[in-house]
Design a protein around this ligand. Structure first.
Ligand SMILES: *Cc1c(COP(=O)(O)O)cnc(C)c1O
Length: 226
């Protein structure tokens, strides 16, 4: 078993050799201890991804103040006001209603949160997110936002997809981003795609943010065995 620090250096080196561009290695730290997070902080890691607003608020109080917190899980509307001041980037805007609510609360709080739109490329019913078509319809309204800042797209691939399907899914997210940028004169620099099991393919397809949990910190244990 390697330590998170050893994993981090190994992944970092691998990512350098895989890509021309400099993607962000987002350390997905849900359920991970402050101690393990601090070990990566000491190696220079500042970007941490969490699924639950509550966990960000708790950890932000214990971690150094220059950490950048990324929300990668579903955001409930009643949590926006409380969590918004903590967030560097929201990866998981999955409905127009949520976007509008973020916009109005950001206006009240005078914040300018960057948001990514979660796209359900594979069309799996269990997944949240916009269909590509829904996002094409929504994009013309982005120019009316004065606080929320559309900043890119995010997707999650099905767990059982094979290599060819993964290339297709990540490639489609990139193509959709390129299309939205040109058709609506938008700047959408970030493509948040790739997790522990598929980050190499995501990087080959132009990912700018890989969200890595288990390959960095080890397998998560949500329910301790008896
Ligand atoms: C947990 C999670 C990850 C990290 O998953 P690993 O397979 O452990 O790397 C990435 N993205 C999202 C949205 C997650 O919820």
């Amino acid at each position: 078993m390697q330590t998170p620090v050893q994993n981090y250096h190994q992944l970092n080196n691998e990512i350098q050799t895989l890509c021309q561009h400099q993607p962000l290695l987002l350390a997905v730290s849900k359920t991970v201890s402050i101690e393990d997070m601090m070990s990566l902080y000491c190696e220079g890691v500042r970007d941490f991804g969490e699924s639950r607003p509550q966990e960000i608020i708790r950890k932000a109080a214990e971690m150094p103040s220059d950490c950048r917190w990324h929300l990668i899980g579903q955001l409930q509307k009643n949590k926006i006001r409380k969590i918004l001041p903590f967030l560097h980037l929201i990866h998981s805007v999955d409905s127009e209603e949520l976007l509008m609510r973020i916009e109005s609360i950001a206006a009240e709080l005078q914040l300018f949160p960057k948001v990514l739109f979660e796209v359900n490329i594979s069309g799996e019913e269990s997944k949240s997110g916009f269909t590509p078509e829904q996002l094409r319809c929504l994009a013309p309204t982005f120019s009316q936002l004065h606080h929320a800042q559309p900043y890119g797209l995010m997707t999650m691939a099905p767990y059982d997809a094979d290599e060819q399907q993964l290339h297709a899914i990540f490639g489609q997210l990139r193509t959709l981003r390129d299309e939205l940028q040109t058709q609506h004169s938008l700047k959408l620099p970030e493509l948040s795609m790739g997790m522990s099991n598929d980050y190499r393919i995501a990087l080959a397809e132009g990912s700018t943010i890989v969200r890595l949990g288990s390959c960095l910190f080890g397998e998560r244990i949500y329910n301790k065995p008896i």
